[in-house]
Design a protein around this ligand. Structure first.
Ligand code: ZN
Length: 177
């Protein structure tokens, strides 16, 4: 359900009001549970501001149009239904410092073998398509995109940044407004 949503506070100390739920899958994307390591992540991991959800759907659709042979875009965690702490208590395997106010989303890199699951190592990753996803999210208005230090992924300085523990996914953050 679309509704007016509000990101409160900051990604690292915030809350989400009027969050919108991303479906567990669509024609152009599917969600991945980074804790149970399987498709269709539980609904409580899939809330964001309406603006974030629209951006994800738009990039997924454009990406699918460019690559009709698949795989669909792999979406990881957004925020909890009302935002707030998304650390080890909620996500032991991939604890988040941020993801607290509906402006952050993890996108797992597409795999070279085109399987619809998260990559396990950089060697599994389709780097050309991953770079394309980074570029698409930058063009879509990301304030920040974190990429893995062991990947060659690049982008405008100040927006695309290397961050530990991002060798299997990129992390997109929207500006507050
Ligand atoms: Zn993240």
């Amino acid at each position: 359900m679309w509704r007016a949503s509000q990101a409160i506070g900051t990604p690292n100390a915030g809350a989400l009001v009027g969050g919108v739920k991303l479906p567990s899958e669509g024609r152009h994307f599917f969600t991945w549970d980074p804790d149970r390591l399987r498709r269709a992540s539980p609904r409580w991991r899939r809330y964001g501001t309406a603006r974030l959800i629209r951006m994800i759907l738009r990039v997924a659709e454009d990406f699918a149009r460019a690559h009709p042979d698949g795989p669909r875009m792999t979406v990881g965690d957004l925020s909890r239904p009302r935002g707030g702490d998304f650390g080890a208590r909620y996500s032991p395997r991939l604890p988040h410092v941020s993801h607290q106010n509906g402006l952050d989303v993890d996108i797992f890199y597409p795999r070279r073998d085109r399987a619809e699951r998260a990559p396990r190592a950089v060697g599994d990753v389709d780097l050309a398509r991953s770079q394309e996803l980074v570029d698409r999210f930058v063009r879509a208005g990301a304030q920040m995109v974190f990429v893995g230090p062991n990947t060659p992924l690049v982008g405008p300085p100040g927006i695309v940044q290397s961050a530990a523990r991002h060798d299997d996914h990129l992390h997109v953050r929207l500006p507050p407004r």
